[in-house]
Design a binder for this molecule. Structure first.
Ligand code: GLY
Length: 575
């Protein structure tokens, strides 16, 4: 560890307590040495602050993660879970899975009534929707194994932000009016000032959370094994939730092998199961590698059609095969095999949309997999509220983290006396196999609820290497659209020669096999929409989604080029 004089400048001073106002950037931010991109300027600053004081990318990522738990309670968290992809400058890669787990008392039918019908909202809001949180364990694990400056230092910025407060942006004050939050007295008190809602520019101070963070900085074990574990379990038990002390004490972080693939000579590194993200991303890219997308034109009907057909096929497979790899056999090798991608490509008609329910898996799949096990239909129901951040340090170490409470503000339950929100990640399981969930996704047995299982995720922290060197650090929130948004951004840079900011800004489109429709941001031209419709696609327009917080390393100069998503209030900070 380097010896540095560690003085934390209260971050509020750096912003003067003024409102965060950001315009959609048109060009990437440049930094010579290091960079953090996240949804909140203060969280990015927390990471950069640590980098400037001798920390590495992992220290910065953990500092940013803790700061997001304070300044972005919609998705930043102590009470949720996430995935951290690390690439050290010597080429070593690590993937840390700190996804939440179902409590030991969880059962497959816990959200069904006596008639076998789903109890509306029961997996989404309130104590029963809470899965065992993994974020604290994951961040502590990452810091102790791959960080440099130690937990106290990376938690300092978050402690200050909670204790001294920060100015709320207009968007935050709108989000904090969430009616479901108001149903839980502790959440209503902390986040809604008992009905006297926060206004833009008001300083939001969280003394309980500051105290919790101080306790954890001193003794992180407390959360899973100590007095804090008792407090958490008691509060959840009192509210009727299933999590007990044993659930907390048996929680474990897993290091997994990242998913690896190639695309047009670039190396792709991404998230393995229990995320479906990396596998689906590589499958999509394998299908598309056989087309000259650049020649067809960026966001042309021809390009969108072919990319959509790749999305459709990857989501068809995702629906059938994906779940927690500790409990279900996931045929990863076959799904990301280039021969399988090529076989799928044969089934794409360049002129006509495929029909999702008529899709037939190429026969080569069974040869590649020698596949016997088969359970039809699962598809994970991720919500759109999650957050992603990317870090590159001056040595070239890089970290991509996607973390979530699932829904915005998770279960809406704040742990009494501790000041942090708990997830509703149980909704990412198949609450009732075969029944479309809130997001229209059909789910099945491979993602069924079971004690100690991790629910399927779409979170896709991803890196791209060029000539063996770090090139892109990518990710976004957005539920199922995470996978297609990462694919869109990646192809923007590789296929269409956009810079990272242009690739983040470019209008997005998404297909998830079921429902059989293309979701498009409403900036796609009417001519293009018309051509797509004439190929037989059903189209649905939305204003926007996602929040790509991404970094490109300029292959010629080594400069860090940051892209923050104008669809949100995100901010790149670097030096
Ligand atoms: N809850 C969002 C995801 O894990 O994909």
């Amino acid at each position: 560890m380097r010896s540095v004089h560690w003085v934390f400048v209260p971050l509020l001073l750096l912003t003067g307590g003024t409102l965060r106002i950001s315009a959609a950037p048109l060009r990437p931010s440049h930094a010579a040495h290091a960079m953090v991109a996240s949804v909140h300027e203060l969280a990015s600053r927390a990471g950069v602050d640590v980098l400037r004081r001798g920390g590495n990318a992992v220290d910065a990522a953990v500092a940013t993660g803790f700061a997001l738990a304070v300044v972005h309670p919609q998705a930043g968290n102590l009470g949720g879970g996430g995935f951290m992809l690390i690439r050290m400058t010597d080429g070593q890669m690590h993937f840390i899975d700190y996804r939440e787990k179902a409590p030991l008392a969880a059962t497959a039918n816990m959200y069904l009534d006596s008639q076998g019908n789903l109890i509306a909202g029961s997996s989404l809001v309130g104590y029963k929707s809470i899965a065992v949180p993994g974020s604290l364990a994951g961040m502590v694990f990452a810091e102790s194994k791959y960080g440099r400056v130690g937990l106290q230092r990376v938690m300092d910025p978050a402690i200050h932000l909670a204790r001294d407060g920060f100015a709320l942006a207009w968007e935050d004050t709108q989000d904090l009016r969430d009616p479901e939050l108001g149903k839980f007295p502790e959440s209503r008190h902390i986040f809604q000032r008992d009905g006297n809602y926060y206004k833009p520019g008001e300083v939001f101070i969280q003394p309980l959370l500051a105290r919790t963070l101080e306790r954890l900085a001193h003794n992180p074990d407390d959360f899973y094994h100590g007095e804090m574990a008792r407090e958490i379990a008691t509060a959840i038990g009192k509210g009727g939730g299933l999590i007990r002390r044993q659930d907390l004490s048996s929680y474990e972080v897993k290091e997994r092998e990242p998913i690896l693939g190639t695309y047009r000579g670039y190396h792709i590194v991404s998230a393995p199961p229990p995320s479906s993200g990396g596998v689906a991303l590589i499958e999509i890219l394998n299908i598309l590698e056989g087309y000259d997308l650049d020649q067809l034109g960026n966001r042309s009907a021809e390009s969108i059609h072919l990319i959509t057909e790749a999305f459709r096929r990857a989501f068809f497979d995702r629906a059938e095969f994906m779940g927690d790899p500790d409990f279900a056999k996931v045929p990863v090798a076959a799904l990301i095999d280039k021969r399988y991608g090529a076989a799928w490509r044969q089934s794409v008609d360049p002129e006509h949309a495929s029909i999702s329910r008529e899709l037939k898996r190429p026969t080569i799949f069974s040869e590649l997999e020698q596949y016997a096990w088969r359970e039809p239909g699962p598809l994970g129901p991720e919500s759109s509220n999650t957050t992603h951040y990317s870090v590159v340090d001056r040595e070239g170490n890089a970290v991509a983290v996607t973390t979530t409470l699932n829904d915005s503000f998770g279960s809406r339950v704040t742990v009494e006396g501790l000041g942090f929100l708990l997830n509703d990640e149980m909704d990412d399981f198949a609450a009732k196999p075969g029944v479309p969930n809130l997001y229209g996704l059909i789910q099945g047995p491979a993602n069924a609820i079971g004690p100690g299982r991790r629910p399927l995720s779409a979170m896709t922290p991803t890196m791209v290497l060029k000539d063996g060197k770090l090139f892109l650090v990518l990710g976004t929130p957005g539920g199922p659209t995470i996978i297609t948004t990462v694919a869109n951004i990646l192809m923007g840079v590789i296929d269409y020669d956009l810079d990272i900011q242009e690739a983040v800004n470019a209008p997005r489109f998404h297909h998830q096999w079921s429902p059989d429709q293309i979701l498009l941001e409403d900036r796609i031209s009417p001519d293009t929409l018309h051509s797509l419709a004439s190929k037989g696609h059903t189209l649905k327009l939305e204003h926007f989604w996602g929040d790509g917080e991404c970094i490109e390393v300029d292959p010629k100069t080594g400069e860090r080029l940051g892209a923050s998503d104008g669809r949100n209030n995100g901010k790149v900070v670097g030096y």
